[in-house]
Design a protein around this ligand. Structure first.
Ligand code: PRT
Ligand code: ZN
Length: 302
């Protein structure tokens, strides 16, 4: 006989419906083995492979849905979760905790001034009008620096406020910096680094949700680990081996073998657990590496 699963024995995750985090959030959950069937209104996705469902909403609603107990988990920018934590006022206990950094949606919350304006430090912010969608984070930064300024809360198009004359400066999210340049603004200080994070209710549940949450967290950890894992292959002369090994990004102990020819040339194979950028490649080359190849790793079982 088929048994019915009670609603509270399913886990609900809130993710952004459409925006910068939507695709990467769903991709991450897909890589964890979750498959979904979308409802007609496209707001709810029923988990077919596991008792884990998705709620597709605006990102700003995600912390509140967790606080109200509608969802157990959510994926949101740290800028949004940190702003809402501060909403509770000083000393208040956050109704959700940051469980994992997810490594996508990276940006920073920065203060920017009109391009021609001088800036020496936070004292230059005193008495100015600063436009932002993140009043709590900005207020927190200003008070930590002992500065008083007027915060002008805007829910969008923050970057045009100085041109419109509704504010003197702005405090907004920046990733490439192109928007600031297009609006003749100059980034002067970053007040917070942000990326997508998994947030969740801090408590355990008396039912199956605690176990489901643990299982999902283990899979997310696995996906993140493999995503950052690379196989590095290179050749190096025996004399330069020490320098090349020292230049390798963090990882498992590499295996080193002798080549048939040329004599005294070694082949190195290393699993690295860090993102490998062009700077790492150039450092390895300078240390003596040749035939340098970096490959993605699909799956791992150590
Ligand atoms: O509709 P909904 O409320 O769900 O979406 P939204 O419009 O509030 O959010 P969305 O989709 O724009 O962003 C979601 C999350 O993505 C943010 O909360 C951040 O955590 C993250 N993120 C990463 C960014 C950026 N990068 C980003 N560059 N969010 C916004 N921007 C904007 C920024 O506000 C500015 O207007 O992009 C512009 C600057 O970009 P650059 O590349 O020109 O510097
Ligand atoms: Zn939003």
């Amino acid at each position: 006989m088929k048994t019915m699963t009670k609603p509270r024995d399913r886990l609900r995750i809130a993710v952004q419906k459409s925006g910068r985090l939507s695709e990467s959030s769903q991709d991450l959950l897909g890589r964890c083995g979750l498959k979904f069937r979308q409802s007609r209104d496209k707001l709810f996705c029923f988990g077919e492979s596991m008792p884990i469902d998705l709620l597709l909403v605006r990102d700003d609603d995600i912390p509140g849905l967790i606080a109200q107990g509608v969802c157990e988990l959510g994926i949101v920018g740290r800028n949004v979760s940190a702003e809402q934590v501060l909403e509770g006022g000083p000393g208040s206990v956050a109704p959700f905790a940051e469980l994992r950094e997810l490594g996508f949606g990276r940006c920073r919350l920065s203060i920017a001034v009109p391009q021609e304006e001088a800036y020496e430090g936070p004292q230059n912010l005193a008495g100015r009008r600063i436009a932002t969608s993140y009043p709590n984070l900005l207020r927190d930064y200003l008070s930590q620096n002992g500065v008083e300024a007027d915060i002008v809360v805007l829910n969008g198009s923050v970057e045009i406020a100085p041109r419109l004359g509704t504010a003197d400066l702005i405090c907004d999210l920046v990733s490439s910096g192109a928007t600031l340049i297009a609006n003749q603004l100059r980034e002067v200080v970053s007040i917070m680094d942000s990326q997508a994070v998994l947030i969740g209710a801090p408590q355990d549940y008396a039912d199956e949700r605690t176990e489901l949450r643990e299982l999902l967290l283990r899979r997310i950890d696995g996906v993140i680990r493999v995503r950052e894992t690379k196989l590095v292959l290179l050749q190096v002369s025996r004399a330069q081996l020490g320098a090349v090994l020292a230049a390798l990004p963090k990882g498992d102990p590499p295996s080193v073998s002798r080549l048939e020819a040329p004599a005294d040339t070694l082949s190195v194979q290393a699993i690295c657990h860090e993102a490998i950028n062009w700077q790492h490649m150039e450092d390895l080359k300078r240390a003596g590496a040749t035939q340098l190849v970096v490959l993605p790793v699909e799956k791992m079982l150590a």
